[in-house]
Design a protein around this ligand. Sequence first.
Ligand SMILES: Cc1cc2nc3c(=O)[nH]c(=O)nc-3n(C[C@H](O)[C@H](O)[C@H](O)COP(=O)(O)OP(=O)(O)OC[C@H]3O[C@@H](n4cnc5c(N)ncnc54)[C@H](O)[C@@H]3O)c2cc1C
Length: 217
Amino acid sequence: PRKPPIKNIDRFEKTNLFYAVKDKNKFKDQTVCIFGGGDSALDWTVELSKIAKKIILIHRREEFRAAHHTVTLAKDLEKKGKVEILTCYQPTDFEGDKSIKNVKIKHDNGDQRDLKVDSVLAFFGLKMELGPIANWGLDLEAKSLKVETKSFQTNENGIFAIGDICTYPGKLKLILSGFHEGALCAQECFKRARPEEKYVFRFTTSSSDIQKRLGVK
Ligand SMILES: Cc1cc2nc3c(=O)[nH]c(=O)nc-3n(C[C@H](O)[C@H](O)[C@H](O)COP(=O)(O)OP(=O)(O)OC[C@H]3O[C@@H](n4cnc5c(N)ncnc54)[C@H](O)[C@@H]3O)c2cc1C
C-alpha cells in the first residue's frame, strides 16, 4: 500500500494503523479516522459508520473519486452526525507511543487540527513494485510486463504474465480479465509442460472427470 507521508509510521502498523479492513468488528464503538477519496475510503466510511462511534473522513481534495452514490451516502451520514468529512486536509503527524492517539492534519489554507482517534485507516491506493522481476530483461511499460495476447508470454521465451502485472493494448485491470488471461496462458503452458499429451478442452459444468478432480459433486 501507499503509506501516509509520516516519519516512522511503521511503528503503528501493529496496533491501530491499517491499510485494509480484515475484521470490521475491530472498529465497533471507535472513533475511526479514514484517509482517502476513492472507493475504498468511501465504502468503508459508509459501512463502518454502522458500528463505529464516529467516522472522520479526510481527503486532500474537495472532490471525491469514489462512486457518486457512495459519496452521497457519506454526505447524508454527515448530516446525521455519524460522519465528519474534512476536505483539503492532509496528515502532518500521528502522535502516540505504541498506538496513534492524536492525528494532526493541515488544511491547504494553513489551518491545523488535532483529532483524537482510536484507529486510522489509510486508503492511498497501491504501489506497483516489480522487485527483482524488473531486472530480468523483460519488456516493460508503465511498470507492467508487456505480453502478447495469444498465450500471454513476455518477450522472454517461457516467461508468462497474467493479471494486473501484465499489459497489452486494451488491458483492463479486472478480475474477469485475469481469469481470461489465465485460461489462455494455461493452454500454452500445458503444451510446454506436457508436450506428449493431447490437450482436450472441457467444461467444468459437463466434465465429470474435472468435477471429480475439483471435488465437485
Ligand atoms: C479498490 C479496488 C477495487 C477493485 N474492484 C474490482 C471489482 O469490483 N471488480 C473487478 O473485476 N476488479 C476489481 N479490482 C481489480 C482487481 O482487484 C484486480 O484486477 C485483481 O485483483 C488482479 O489480480 P492479480 O492476481 O493479478 O493481482 P493481485 O490480486 O494484486 O494479487 C497479487 C498477489 O501477489 C502478492 N505478492 C506481491 N508481491 C509478492 C511477492 N514478492 N511474493 C509473493 N507474493 C507477492 C500480493 O500480496 C497479492 O496477494 C479492484 C481493485 C482495487 C484496488
